[in-house]
Design a protein around this ligand. Structure first.
Ligand code: CO
Length: 140
């Protein structure tokens, strides 16, 4: 069963522009440095809020799925929501048993938080791309 909402993923054509929006317009004060995830071809930057994070994602590689998302949504937009789970493999198997499709190989990969993640097909999730991540050890 799902736990905390960890973050909302937001695709953006410019992390710098998005950081200005969250910092100057919305007043966020705790914003991390952007970092690269080479296997995904994206820059990532976390905006830390009291109860969750916004994960800003900017593609730099044409092969990145985020690139396609920005073709449809040139200004950027909400891309996915991420919930924490205790055991990613157990949850993955439960999701599959209940008929949800796991994207990619079906095997967890290491996400931006350094813990294993999977994505569930939006067509099985009411139109929402759902990321599940194992709760980071020591987070609670
Ligand atoms: Co995410």
């Amino acid at each position: 069963m799902i736990g905390k909402l960890n973050h909302v993923g937001v695709a953006t054509p410019s992390i710098e522009d998005s950081v200005r929006l969250y910092r100057d317009m919305l007043g966020a004060t705790d914003i991390g440095e952007k970092f690269s995830m080479p296997d995904q071809g994206v820059w990532v930057c976390f905006v830390n809020l009291p109860n969750a994070q916004i994960e800003l994602i900017e593609p730099y590689d044409d092969a990145s799925p985020i690139k396609n998302f920005l073709k449809t949504n040139p200004a950027g937009g909400q891309h996915h929501v991420c919930f924490e789970v205790e055991d990613i493999l157990k949850t993955r198997d439960e999701m599959k048993a209940k008929g949800a499709r796991v994207l990619g190989t079906g095997e967890p990969r290491i996400g931006a938080h350094g813990v294993p993640i999977i994505f569930l097909h939006p067509k099985d999730m009411g139109g929402v791309l759902v990321e599940l991540m194992e709760t980071p050890k020591g987070a609670h």
